[in-house]
Write a protein that binds this ligand. Structure first.
Ligand SMILES: NC(=O)c1ccc[n+]([C@@H]2O[C@H](COP(=O)([O-])OP(=O)(O)OC[C@H]3O[C@@H](n4cnc5c(N)ncnc54)[C@H](OP(=O)(O)O)[C@@H]3O)[C@@H](O)[C@H]2O)c1
Length: 254
């Protein structure tokens, strides 16, 4: 995810000065090969010169990483954590002298099409809020939400790309039984989903109204939608979203 943010940010602001501190040396070398303008940092002490630090380690690594990061930062550094489930109060406890922000992006940030949720503490200065908003606007859409909704947003849009890829994979696999190759079906499905998503984004019609537009009485879509409507899709999606939300709640408590 850190790389997605890095690539997205450089894509929209090539002159941005970005330092990368990676535990894994091989990975640092790979990143530098792909993004020659980044500055690989050798030690946590090198972090002090940066305006903001994005902590992009696994939630289970947050405590250890913040222990190390604390050594290098100054009190004016803005701390941005993207770790699922790690609460603002945990971030603030780890960096008591800094302004902290909790953020949940998603991997389409890699191509500038991310969806990022942002939660600011009550005392976060408006100019820092504006700075963080513009940082994440450079890699897609943003929404500012109360922190109480952050684990739910993580379940919806943070993990969301995986649900979409799973759906396309299942549809492409089933399409093979109708005579298409997996790749041909994937192309048909991806462009169909992309076009439909853009249409939904640009239209003032609801999803239900747009379904009506596709569905002629007695037609093929109506036959398909009868099956889809009678399925347990709602229950499956409810279980899916709750599983992710509950896991984020567990990470918040651990
Ligand atoms: N993946 C997603 O779609 C997504 C979406 C939204 C948010 N997030 C959040 O983004 C975070 C990162 O997820 P990820 O899937 O990108 O994890 P990841 O692939 O494990 O990336 C984390 C990287 O940070 C390195 N690292 C760990 N501790 C470090 C330290 N103390 N100093 C410097 N580098 C350190 C890790 O090295 P090692 O591998 O050697 O430990 C690893 O290369 C998670 O908190 C996740 O909740 C992920």
């Amino acid at each position: 995810m850190g790389e997605a943010l890095l690539k997205g940010a450089l894509f929209s602001s090539p002159d941005l000065s970005i330092g990368v501190l990676e535990k894994n040396v091989d990975r640092t070398q790979l990143l530098q090969k792909s993004y020659p303008s980044i500055k690989p940092l050798d030690s946590y002490a090198d972090l002090g010169t940066y305006e903001a630090i994005i902590i992009a380690v696994k939630p289970q690594q947050f405590a250890q990483a913040s222990e190390q990061l604390r050594k290098g930062i100054s009190t004016t550094t803005v701390i941005i954590s993207i770790a699922a489930g790690i609460t603002l109060s945990t971030i603030q406890e780890a960096f008591p002298a800094c302004v902290c922000v909790r953020v949940m992006p998603n991997t389409p940030a890699l191509i500038g099409k991310g969806m990022t949720g942002l939660s600011f503490g009550a005392s976060c200065p408006t100019e820092i809020q504006a700075f963080v908003r513009s940082l994440f606007q450079s890699i897609g859409e943003i929404t500012t939400i109360p922190e109480t909704l952050m684990n739910a947003l993580t379940a919806i849009s943070g993990s969301g790309p995986a649900y979409f890829y799973h759906f396309i994979d299942a549809m492409a696999t089933e399409s093979m039984k109708l005579g298409f190759s997996y790749d041909e079906a994937k192309k048909l499905l991806t462009q169909t989903m992309l076009g439909s998503a853009i249409m939904l984004q640009q239209s003032d019609k609801s999803p239900t109204e747009l379904i009506r537009q596709v569905t002629s009485p007695g037609g093929t879509t109506e036959a398909a939608m009868k099956i889809l409507g009678a399925s347990d899709l709602g229950l499956i999606l409810n279980n899916t979203l709750h599983a992710a939300n509950n896991r984020a709640d567990e990470l918040s408590r651990s």
